[in-house]
Design a protein around this ligand. Sequence first.
Ligand SMILES: [Zn+2]
Length: 365
Amino acid sequence: MEDMKVRLKSTVLLYKKNPKRLALRFCSEIIDFDDEIGDIRFFFDLLNGQHSVKQIIEAYSERYPHYPDKAQTYLDTVNELKLIEFHPQDSSPLTHKQKERFSRNFEFFNSILPIGMNKYEIQNTLLDSQVVVLGCGGLGSHIILELAALGIGNLTIVDFDKIELSNLNRQILYKETDIGKKKVFVARDNIMQFNSKIKVNAIEKKIESPADVTKIIKGHDLVICVADKPRNEMVNWLNAACCTEKIPYINGGLDIRKAVFYSVIPGETGCTECWKSSLTEEKRKFIDEDNITANDYIAPAPALSALVSITAGAMVCETVKLLTDLQYASLTNNLKTFSFDDLTITTTEQWTINPECTCCGLNEG
Ligand SMILES: [Zn+2]
């Protein structure tokens, strides 16, 4: 490792106009340095991909012999802040076209990665991933498009509905000429035009039991559920199937001016049964009553595309976290709510894994 050449990541911007100060900008944060003797500038100039860690320490010590340990301290600091990378990077498993298509993706991933981690591998993991999207309506169509842009290599999409004119205020995968056609097949065809390398398995099916969910999700890495019918049963079926198959899932939906979303990693984080067991008696009673009466809005349910889009974006951010080692998941053990009224995302429910849970607990081992 000591012989590997290092450089400042391309996403770090240096400001060197004032000779006694130096500033750098990374991810919208400005880090300011006093540079009285100019050694910091000298140090940063060495981070150009031409020198190894060993050579940087030697060059610095030669120029500033009174500060023998400083170069190492500076290196530790820029390393901790994840500002440096090896140059050149390890070999890429991606084809030339994939490298070009997803270059913005892996530079984004690289801004998070510590030195020595291969940015291409994150993209490669996404290209190898198998993701199910249950529902090709508002959230589904936004999410499917986002997943295709992200480079998820294998998509299974499920829906039974036909496209109607009233869908076109938010279901952005469809056009006026698609009205009357089955959503799932139009979604597949449009996605294939957007990214012809994706393998799309389109399943026209109305989900009617946990067994239906299990059959569809087997062998996949992640399930994204945005099917809202049947409203109450769907969450239970999804949770039961994913806990049995030990497949992580993200669930999300809209309720007028609010959007809610959360994720579950079976066996690692609390499932929806764990969540329910943490609720007060009063809330549980309400959920039970809601399950029995299955009250719902009289159609048409309100929906605004921009709100759908933000929710889909948050759920696809979580997708990256669940499929790769980039960052730990953000939506596990908590329900997040996005509100149109103040445009903020807040945590509105929290829970933990319940070791006694009959859904995710009994499957341990
Ligand atoms: Zn559970």
